[in-house]
Design a protein around this ligand. Structure first.
Ligand code: IFM
Length: 444
């Protein structure tokens, strides 16, 4: 295999609610995910993130694991309700201290922190005031971002505002499978817009509070293909691509929304909440890098609902999530983004796979995951060869963790977690990745 550029960053990613646990410790307030997960019937077997991987208490062990694997960077998220238990107002110093401890531990090992400010754990008090349907939440988010950057910005220089705003909007507010569990088209579209305003307000606030900050956003991007050449299906694929991908890409990279998507939305909902002043704000903000979370592409045909398409079942190999394994599409996606939004450095901020792992004599033989990682890293290399300015790759995830509505039933980690004992076991894929990273360094 060819070599990655010397400065290419190999990292691993997690998110606060999925790994930290300690849900009620040191003044952390409740989030919409605490409430959702504790509502009967919302998650697999009613599982919650109360304990998760207990990283809150075990971060030192996890940092040592990262060092042993040769990872250069850790992407984690900061829990808004640890910093501001009511969502706004008084900062909870104990929450800040946790992230100071984690960051210090990373820096001591030469591991660069990449902090996500919002990975879905909205403080419940803000949820009760409408959450992201309320325009005020965007401003509260910027205040929270400023409070965090004031306290951690001397040590953390790379920030991601939002993780996967499309998932927040559509899975949380249209499909109802994530917190807050609503199923309302108009609400989902309003949320999508307010997230983009929140991103823009946060970028402005972070820049005002730190001259060192490099700011990006992590978008979940999924290539969309029509099932066939039927004009209705081609049109549906194009709008779905606009809804999932272009809406968010255009907002963060160009400060505007795609006209065809606005026209489609305008047919089903009143878009008068999109204020010109907010669009002007979005236009003024730029990002320093774009994070791409890539898992799988979709093949679709027109569905019954103007904004919901029918997704065809995958026809090749799939992961434990039922997601098709298509590494070549990552190369195409990176090329497309680099072509359509030139001049923005890219990172793959999430990529990985769930498989049904088992422990045998103290080892986890997850060859399928190692193959998945190898093929997707090859796709990254090919994209770099094509001229794409790709600067890093973060595997999702460092650890098996709380997979949202699926609870602990899906394992995405390169490190196995025994949830009874909290024992960590690096899987074969982690050992493969370690060798791969070491070989890159040796040849560099
Ligand atoms: O676990 C999630 C993560 O929180 C966001 N991106 C997708 C992952 C796998 O579903």
């Amino acid at each position: 295999m060819k070599q990655f550029p010397k400065e290419f960053v190999f990292g691993a990613a997690t998110a606060a609610y999925q790994v930290e646990g300690a849900a009620q410790e040191d003044g952390r307030g409740p989030s919409i995910w605490d409430v959702f997960a504790h509502t009967p019937g919302k998650t697999y077997l009613g599982q919650t993130g109360d304990i998760a991987c207990d990283q809150y208490h075990r971060y030192q062990e996890d940092v040592r694991l990262m060092r042993d694997l040769g990872l250069a960077s850790y992407r984690f998220s900061i829990a808004w309700p640890r910093i501001l238990p009511s969502g706004a107002g008084q900062v909870n110093q104990a929450g800040v201290d946790y992230y100071l401890r984690l960051t210090e531990a990373l820096l001591e090992q030469g591991i660069t922190p990449l902090a996500t400010l919002y990975h879905w754990d909205l403080p419940q008090p803000l949820g009760e005031r409408g959450g992201w349907t309320n325009r005020d939440t965007a401003s509260y988010f910027a205040e929270y971002a400023a409070a965090v950057v004031d306290r951690l910005g001397d040590r953390i220089h790379r920030w991601i505002t939002l993780n996967e705003p499309s998932v927040v909007a559509y899975v949380g507010h249209l499909l109802g499978q994530h917190a807050p569990g609503h199923q309302d088209t108009a609400e989902a579209l309003r949320v999508a817009h307010h997230l983009m305003v929140g991103h823009a307000e946060a970028v402005e606030a972070i820049r005002a509070h730190s001259s060192l900050a490099e700011i990006g956003v992590a978008l979940s991007l999924s290539p969309v293909h029509p099932a066939d050449a039927e004009p209705a299906n081609v049109a549906a694929a194009s709008i779905y691509d606009g809804q999932l991908n272009r809406y968010f890409l255009d907002a963060v990279c160009r400060g505007e929304y795609p006209q065809d998507v606005l026209a489609a939305y305008g047919q089903v909902v009143d878009l008068s909440y999109i204020a010109q002043a907010d669009m002007n704000l979005m236009k003024r903000q730029t990002i320093d890098f774009l994070g791409i979370n890539y898992y799988f592409p979709s093949v679709v045909r027109a569905g019954g609902h103007p904004l919901l398409v029918e997704t065809l079942p995958p026809d090749g190999p799939v992961t434990e999530m039922g997601w098709p394994i298509r590494p070549e599409e990552l190369r195409d996606l990176l090329r497309r983004v680099a072509r359509d939004y030139p001049g923005i450095p890219l990172y793959v901020t999430e990529n990985g796979a769930a498989f049904a792992d088992t422990v045998e004599a103290g080892r986890v033989h997850d060859q399928a995951r190692a193959d998945f990682l190898r093929s997707h890293l090859e796709a990254c290399l090919a994209a770099i060869d094509d001229g794409v300015d790709l600067r890093g790759y973060y595997v999702w995830s460092l650890l098996d963790n709380f997979e949202w509505a699926y609870g602990y039933s899906k394992r995405f980690g390169i490190v196995y977690v025994d949830y009874e004992t909290q024992q960590r076991i690096p899987k074969d894929s982690a050992l493969w990745l370690k060798q791969f990273i070491a070989a890159q360094a040796d040849n560099g």
